[in-house]
Design a protein around this ligand. Structure first.
Ligand code: FAD
Length: 387
């Protein structure tokens, strides 16, 4: 493990920093959900693409920067200091478009990759379903502003559940696609239910062979594990700042022994996370692919975020319920992260599923008992199959 930039990496970092200093957008009052926020995100994405800083590790012929994965990480680290993470393109460029690149024909790739890299078109991922019979999708992040999506559909109910799936790309403006935003407890409307009523897709929209969609989905999910788990808005150092500033009935919050004990735990976890990320960066720097062990980063980070957000809100006592960013400490960052952190423990693989991956694929423990492994989808109890 090497914590320092190589000479070339240091040169790249200095160039990226100088470019960001000259070009990064100035902060505005626009917030997520505002049309102006989406427009600003598209403008910034187009600017990065023109300079070769969007999808740095993708080949230039696809609109990328022709660089390396480690350069992407370095740029993201520097970008986070200058520009806000708008978050509109992560699912498309991190998961959907790589799937299109892996399974789409040349014509499909030519049509979609460039506009996605330049931020002209946004993609969403339509996997999760309430009953897995493919009439309705749920929790589809960004469906309400997306132009296209990749959709995993049940094409064969007579075989075991993983085997009868097929992947397609879908125009979100197709007839029969109805997007219904879900109002979250945080006040946001970031994800949706998507109803698919008699939606028709052409065979040319298929990604991968018929009934082989699970293999295609695994490619998407593998990319998801790398894409998810970026930095949160609050962390160990933010709660330390709050504890230094805040006075409780018994004195400064930082002097409370039980809080100091928790702080020590978060510090140790944060150092572990940093080292795990460094290990991933070192692997990328050497041209190796990070393995399933990166799943641990997401479990620790999401649980820590929930834990420390909870502690920070409790520390503010009755004022903790104030969510107005103009009134609450640190612009209500902890109130906001408390409300979103539970979802992070589910999105991109629940704690339990990630623990199974670590147990089976990292530690080599015996596989989870899967009683429905070879049962045809239509014979699973409680499953409905569209006629
Ligand atoms: C913020 C957010 C954004 C999301 N965005 C998207 C999106 O853009 N597109 C999309 O398709 N989906 C999206 N999702 C859905 C998300 O991927 C799923 O909710 C998640 O994968 C869990 O699947 P599920 O809801 O079907 O739960 P289930 O798989 O039904 O799980 C229910 C519970 O059972 C547990 N469980 C299941 N299997 C096992 C097992 N083998 N061993 C032990 N425990 C088990 C789970 O851990 C969980 O606690 C999003 C979810 C959230 C919260």
């Amino acid at each position: 493990m090497d914590f320092n930039d190589t000479q070339e990496e240091a040169v790249f970092r200095a160039e990226a920093r100088a470019w960001l200093e000259a070009n990064a957008p100035k902060p505005t009052a626009a917030k997520r959900g505002d049309a102006a926020h989406l427009t600003a995100a598209k403008v910034w994405q187009a600017k990065k693409a023109a300079a070769g800083y969007a999808q740095i590790a993708w080949p230039k012929e696809w609109g990328g920067g022709g660089g390396t994965p480690i350069q992407s990480i370095i740029f993201a680290q520097e970008e986070s200091k200058y520009a806000q993470n708008y978050g509109y393109f992560q699912i498309g460029l991190g998961m959907c478009v790589p799937t299109v690149m892996a399974f789409g024909d040349e014509e499909t790739k030519k049509r979609f990759v460039g506009p996605a890299v330049r931020g002209e078109e946004i993609w969403c991922q339509l996997f999760s379903e309430p009953s897995a019979g493919s009439g309705q999708k749920v929790w589809t992040s960004g469906a309400h502003y997306s132009d296209f999506g990749i959709v995993l559909v049940r094409t064969n109910p007579d075989v075991a559940k993983h085997k009868g799936l097929t992947m397609f790309w879908l125009n979100m403006k197709s007839r029969g696609v109805e997007v219904r935003p879900i109002h979250q407890m945080s006040g946001g409307r970031d994800f949706n239910e998507v109803y698919l009523t008699d939606v028709r897709v052409k065979d040319s929209q298929r990604l991968g062979p018929v009934d082989d969609g699970w293999r295609v989905a695994l490619v998407t999910l593998m990319n998801e594990r790398l894409a998810v788990g970026g930095g949160a808005d609050v962390d160990y150092s933010t709660i330390l700042r709050l504890a230094r500033e805040l006075r409780t009935e018994t004195g400064p919050a930082l002097a409370d022994p039980s809080f100091r004990e928790k702080l020590a735990d978060w510090f140790v976890q944060s150092e572990g996370l940093k080292n795990t990320r460094m290990r991933t960066m070192t692997a990328l720097s050497r041209g190796q692919a990070p393995g399933p062990e990166s799943s641990i980063g997401k479990i620790i980070a999401a649980n820590q975020l929930q834990d420390l957000s909870n502690a920070a809100v409790e520390m503010q006592d009755q004022y903790g319920i104030i969510c107005d960013p103009t009134l609450a400490p640190l612009a209500a960052a902890f109130q906001s992260s408390l409300l979103s952190s539970a979802g992070l423990r589910i999105a991109g693989g629940t704690d339990e599923i990630l623990k199974n991956i670590i147990a089976e694929r990292v530690l080599g423990l015996p596989g989870d008992i899967r009683v429905d492994k070879d049962v045809a989808f239509k014979d699973l109890p409680g499953r409905s199959v569209d006629p």
